[in-house]
Design a protein around this ligand. Structure first.
Ligand code: BG6
Length: 296
C-alpha cells in the first residue's frame, strides 16, 4: 500500500512489466498497463478526485447496490445516491496472491473487502442491510479480471444491482465501434428510455450514447478501433452491458471531466446485472465479473 488515508492505493507489477493500481477508495482500478507496461488501457479524467472526496471519474468504478438513479420511492435502495455506495466507500485491502499457469505465466490477484461495518453512517442509514463484498482484481499478461462476490450476511433477504463502470482508453472515438451486441434489445437513455433492437453488428459512436443492453446471449463484447479489435470484454454471470460516451455537451457539464475533449479518448463498456434485481436470501452468495483483454 502506498499513499495515506483516502488516497491509499495498492499496486501490483508482473515480472514482464504489466501493472495495475487500485485505489482503496471505491476499490477503483485507476491504472492497468499491458504490453510490458507500455500501454495504459484505462482512461482517467485529469480532474478525477483521487482523494476520496468523490467517486473517481475514470478507471473501473464499482457500482453497487443500485445502478443509475435509484427507484424514486418504495425500494430499499431509494435513499441511496446514483450508482450506490461502493464507489465512494473505502474498502479494506485483504491481500495479494501470485500464481503461475502451465506456461509459466504469472498472474497476481489483489483482494478487497467492503462490509456493513465499513460503510459511512449515511450509507448505512440509507441501506441498513448486512452484506459482505469481496472484490478480486487479477492481473495477467494481457488481461485484467475483476470479479465481485456478494454475500447476504443478514437475516432478511435483499435485492441489488451491480456493474463495473469501466472507462476504456482509446485513441479516437470516431474510429471506435462496439461489436458483439447484434440482435440484443437495449434501453436508450438518450431517447427517453425507449426500447430498441440492435440491428447493426457494430455500434458506432457519433454523439452522446447511453444504452443499457439487456440479457445478452453472447459472452464477449469487442471494442474495435480503426478496424482492429482493441479490447475484448468477457462477461461472467452478468447479463447486461451499458455503452456510454457523454460526447461534447455532457462532458463539458461534468466538473470532474477533463480535458473537455477527453470524450474522444474514452468509451465506457460497463458489464453488470442491472436489468431488474438480483435477490439474495440469508447466507446466499452471488458472484459475477469480467475479464478484459488488451488485444494490441
Ligand atoms: C452510466 C449511466 O453508467 O454512468 C449514465 O448509464 C451516467 O446515465 C454515467 O451518466 C455516469 O454516471 P456518474 O454518476 O458517474 O456521473
Amino acid at each position: 500500500i502506498t499513499g495515506s488515508g483516502a488516497a491509499s492505493k495498492v499496486t501490483a507489477t508482473l515480472p514482464s512489466g504489466e501493472s495495475v493500481q487500485v485505489l482503496l477508495y471505491g476499490a477503483t482500478v485507476i491504472s492497468w498497463k499491458s504490453n510490458g507496461g507500455k500501454t495504459e488501457n484505462l482512461w482517467v479524467s485529469e480532474k478525477a478526485a483521487l482523494d476520496g472526496t468523490k467517486a473517481v471519474r475514470g478507471g473501473v468504478p464499482v457500482v453497487f447496490p443500485v445502478f443509475g438513479p435509484p427507484p424514486k420511492s418504495g425500494h430499499a435502495t431509494s435513499a441511496l445516491p446514483q450508482h450506490g455506495f461502493a464507489r465512494n466507500s473505502r474498502w479494506e485491502y485483504l491481500g495479494k496472491s501470485t500464481s503461475e499457469d502451465a506456461l509459466d505465466s504469472t498472474s497476481v490477484k489483489l483482494d478487497f473487502g467492503l462490509y456493513t461495518t465499513g460503510l459511512s453512517e449515511d450509507a448505512h442509514k440509507a441501506w441498513p442491510l448486512d452484506f459482505g463484498l469481496v472484490y478480486s482484481v487479477t492481473l495477467a499478461k494481457d488481461s485484467l479480471q475483476t470479479v465481485v462476490n456478494v454475500r447476504n450476511e443478514g437475516e432478511q433477504s435483499f435485492e441489488f444491482q451491480f456493474l463495473l463502470h469501466t472507462y476504456f482508453r482509446i485513441n479516437d472515438i470516431t474510429k471506435t465501434q462496439v461489436n458483439g451486441l447484434l440482435g440484443v434489445q437495449y434501453i436508450d437513455k438518450v431517447l427517453n428510455a425507449s426500447t430498441h433492437d440492435q440491428k447493426d453488428a457494430s455500434v458506432a459512436i457519433t454523439g452522446e450514447v447511453d444504452r443499457v443492453y439487456k440479457s445478452i446471449p453472447q459472452d464477449t463484447t469487442t471494442i474495435v478501433e480503426g478496424g482492429s479489435p482493441r479490447f475484448d470484454v468477457v462477461r461472467d454471470n452478468l447479463q447486461d452491458t451499458v455503452v456510454w460516451n457523454p460526447w461534447i455537451e455532457k462532458a463539458a457539464s461534468m466538473g470532474d471531466f477533463s480535458p473537455d475533449d477527453g470524450y474522444k479518448n474514452m468509451i465506457c463498456v460497463e458489464v453488470g446485472a442491472v436489468n431488474g434485481w438480483q435477490k439474495l436470501e440469508k447466507g446466499e452468495v452471488f458472484e459475477g465479473g469480467q475479464t478484459i483483454k488488451s488485444l494490441l
